[in-house]
Each structure stands twice: as structure tokens, then as C-alpha cells.
Write a protein that binds this ligand. Sequence first.
Ligand SMILES: [Zn+2]
Length: 206
Amino acid sequence: MLFGILVLCFLFSLYLIWLKVIYYRYSQNSGSNPWLQLNKKRDRRMCQDHLYPWQSEHENYFDDVRALLVTAHPDDECMFFAPTILRLLQSSASVHLLCLSSGNYYNQGDLRQKELRDSCNVLGIPASQVTIVDHKELPDDPSVEWNTHIISSMVLKQVKASSINMVLTFDGRGVSGHANHIAIYRALSYLASTRKIPDVYIISKS
Ligand SMILES: [Zn+2]
């Protein structure tokens, strides 16, 4: 039991160090544009066809941006979206996170929710702008098909409550192929196609 707790503490420490390294790397690189470098050819606009915002000639483009990142599990935010989050925050955008499960696949939901809050603290997302959903129809489980309408209603609720004008999420392959990620893409595609939410951007692996 004690050994298990020590191992967990050790792994959690490594996780925090990793986040610090990511943050240090991008804070040292503040003169450049990590989002542009890392995602210029990867991010694609889902519902509209004019220029990408980071190609805008307006220096203050991000000043009024209120971005909502929609993820499926604790750790998605740092594993897949850290450069994007840091780029937005550097540009004075307001970043909100909606995580649609507690990450309870291995019955460690409480620990993973704490890790998520710590991760957001390191990245710079205010705790008041982090929402973790724990819904029985949206378990952390790739074998369960997440319902499009449940996801859509949660995203819409958050968009309205926080006056969101930009939404970000996974691409159609879920970046890593996880079924829960893909379900979010499908729900946001539906919302974007019906123009029920503002601009949507997806982060793609290739
Ligand atoms: Zn995930």
C-alpha cells in the first residue's frame, strides 16, 4: 500500500515537472509564435473559409477572444493542446476549459481531476474557468458511444454562460484515435454546421 502511494507520488511529480518543462520552453520562446510554428498547417477551420486568425494583420486580434477548449479526459489539455493554450494566453485571450469526463477509466477519477486542476494552474488557465463534467452517459471509456446531443447541450450551455466566441477541439480522428475524442468532434461539427456556436478550430496530428 505504502509502496503504491510512493509510486503514485513519484509519477505525479514527474507529470508536474513535465508540465513545467513545457511551460518554460514556451515562455523562453515568447518572441516567436509557437502556435503558428506548431499548428500553422495543422489547424483547420471547421465551418468558415476565410483566413486563419493567426494570419491576421491585426496585432490585437486575440484581445477580445474568449476561447473554449473542449476535451474528453484529464491530461488531454496538456498532451494535445498545451502549445495552443499557451499561445492564446500569451496573446491576452481568455481561455476556458470544458472536460467532459473525470477520467475514471481506472477508477482514479478523483486523482485525475486534481491533476487536471494542477495542470491548468501550471498552464495559466484560471480555476474559475475550468469545468469538469461527471455524467453517467459520458464515461471515460472508448467502448461507449458518447451521445451527440448530450455533448452539444453541455457545450452550448458553456458557450452561453461564458460568452465564448472561439471553440477548439480534436480533429475527426480524435488526434489519438480515442472514440471519446471523436465523439466531441462529431458533436461540434453538428453545432458548427447548424451555426449554433461561434468559430470552431480543430487540432490535427498531421
Ligand atoms: Zn483523451
